[in-house]
Design a protein around this ligand. Structure first.
Ligand code: TXE
Length: 520
């Protein structure tokens, strides 16, 4: 089954028929619908319409923009069931995940920002330490049109969260949803329109990578991209060429460090949830476990027991814990990683195969006895596989956790909270959680993003909201200094000597003036 069944361009009467994208349900193979693949002209027109709509939106007080976004939130909450149903169909996501990972997190983010945006976007005074005759402040001006390029693993919460943030900051948005989940992208547009927001303020351009490239080429004022590292490099290059600021949320390889004093039951349950929620298709999934030898055996045993209790199947047909593989190409990735690990000596403790007879499913898989040279410990998995490795101490675990080109998320399990925080600070990742998994993304207060090849820039938190703005500095005079400033023309030997003397007084350690100024 190929998700991208692009029909050839054909003629319908005298109208050229655009190429179409067909969406299929990964759990059943059922054809769900089709949308057009928009080309450069249509994308450019969408960006232009958004640009026009943004002008009056930006003139509204932030408080009013917040009110309008809360109406959107209410539409999302009222239509939650419909969204959960579509997420179950187009992604094969368990209903609980559609609700708690996607719909609720979006509603919470809207609520959080709508309450705080007026304060976070208020002009901020800057205290000048030297130029006391002047005053400075920064204000946060909208950038204009934000282009959002989204992935298929969280096709609702990622683009909706970023769109809401951009809109609150006074921008318009053009969203390019993943070609694997286009119907959810179209649904996002339906919700915005139903909330009464101006139709051109938020637009969705459906299509594949070419449509994403066309969006960047249409020169939005900022790009927020979430997806693969390889695509991220292309997006960054295209943005760089046009000097468009971009935020890149790329892959992750979250390591879980399990210390000797960890709570075994909580840790095992956390690893199973963190590894198999969304069938492991999360950039912050537990992707590798470094377990202290003191509890390694018991941990593997308990994880395997818990995995045995997981129910897998079509979420539309009934209650399940683990759903489908959204993008069927990931099935091959999973098989290759498992074969490499087993070939290098890993023990297959659970799962290991594609589920036969169903749509696109892979058994929840546990690999024990893993070593750092295995591809499963080094490359992003994006599937339901949890590889576990035995380590002899916390130092080894931290060293191996940091031995990765990715740095989006990390986890530490220990009963000693101080030690947990100390180890967390040593893991080179954008976020590290102690004794928990996944939920950090759901906290809209906290900045989220990666280091190393996991990307740059942050979404969420104060940083995420302000990054949707141009930070503009205004400097004005506090006291009148007359018609001439001593720094201005004409230069003279006298003014040079005065500045040189002033510099020594101000900046030489031990000078009386410096000592006095350092008191303040
Ligand atoms: O991502 P792509 P895919 C990772 C994960 C997964 C891999 C592939 O490792 O296996 O990405 O997923 C658009 N210019 N993550 O294939 O191809 C594309 O149409 C502009 C991690 O879906 O990167 C889609 O809308 N846009 C991630 C979006 O980019 C382009 C979540 C992402 O597609 C483009 C999902 C171009 N040249 C996957 N080419 C996370 N961190 O959450 C493609 N696109």
């Amino acid at each position: 089954m190929d998700h991208l069944a692009a029909a050839e361009s054909s003629k319908v009467g005298s109208q050229p028929r655009s190429e179409m994208l067909v969406s299929y349900a990964p759990a059943t193979g059922e054809r769900l619908g089709e949308v057009p693949i928009l080309g450069p002209d249509a994308v450019r027109a969408a960006v232009e319409r958004a640009r026009t709509a943004q002008v009056s939106w930006a003139l509204l007080p932030v408080e009013e923009r917040c009110e309008r976004i809360l109406k959107l939130r209410d539409v999302i909450v009222d239509r939650a069931e419909e969204l959960v149903e579509l997420l179950a169909r187009e992604c094969g996501k368990p209903r609980a995940e559609g609700l708690t990972h996607e719909v609720m997190v979006t509603a919470d983010l809207a609520t959080y920002y709508a309450k705080r945006a007026p304060r976070l976007l208020a002009p901020r005074e800057i205290e000048l330490h030297l130029l006391k005759h002047r005053r400075s402040y920064v204000h946060y001006a909208p950038r204009g049109v934000v282009g959002i390029i989204a992935p298929w693993n969280f096709p609702f919460v990622i683009p909706m969260g970023d769109s809401i943030t951009a809109l609150l900051a006074g921008n318009a948005v053009v969203l390019k949803p993943s070609e694997v989940t286009p119907l959810i992208g179209v649904k996002c547009k339906e919700l915005f329109d139903a909330s009464g927001l101006p139709p051109d303020l938020f637009q969705v351009v459906t299509g594949d990578g070419r449509t994403g490239a066309a969006l960047i080429d249409a020169r939005p004022d900022k790009v927020v991209f979430t997806g693969a590292v390889s695509t991220g490099r292309r997006v960054a290059a295209a943005c760089g060429e046009r000097l468009i600021p971009c935020t890149l949320e790329l892959g992750g390889k979250a390591a879980a460090i399990v210390c000797a004093d960890a709570d075994l039951e909580r840790t095992a349950r956390a690893l199973v949830y963190g590894g198999f929620a969304n069938s492991g298709q999360i950039c912050i999934s537990v992707e590798r476990v470094y377990a202290h030898e003191a509890l390694y055996e018991q941990l593997v045993e308990r994880v395997v027991q818990l995995v045995g209790e997981l129910r897998q199947g079509d979420p539309v047909a009934g209650d399940v814990d683990v759903g489908a593989i959204i993008f069927d190409k990931q099935l091959e990735v999973a098989k290759t990683l498992i074969a490499d690990a087993v070939g290098k000596g890993a023990q297959l403790k659970a799962g290991g195969k594609q589920v036969v007879g169903l749509g696109s499913f892979f058994e929840p898989t546990v690999l024990a006895g893993c070593t750092q040279d295995m591809a499963v410990m080094r490359e992003e998995i994006f599937g339901p596989i949890v590889p576990i490795m035995r380590v002899s101490d916390d130092e080894e675990a931290v060293r191996l956790a940091n031995d990765s080109h990715l740095g989006l998320m990390g986890y530490v399990f220990t009963r000693d909270r101080d030690k947990g925080r100390r180890l967390a600070e040593r893991v080179r990742a954008g976020t590290v959680m102690v004794n928990d998994v996944l939920t950090a993304y759901a906290a809209p207060e906290a900045p989220f993003g990666g280091v190393k090849d996991s990307g740059f820039g942050r979404v969420h938190g104060e940083e995420g909201l302000r990054d949707m703005c141009e930070v503009r500095h205004v400097s004005y005079d506090r006291i009148a200094l007359g018609s001439r400033d001593p720094m201005w023309f004409p230069y003279s030997e006298g003014s040079y000597r005065a500045f040189a003397k002033g510099m020594r007084l101000l900046f030489r350690s031990g000078s009386v003036a410096r000592k006095v100024l350092d008191l303040f």
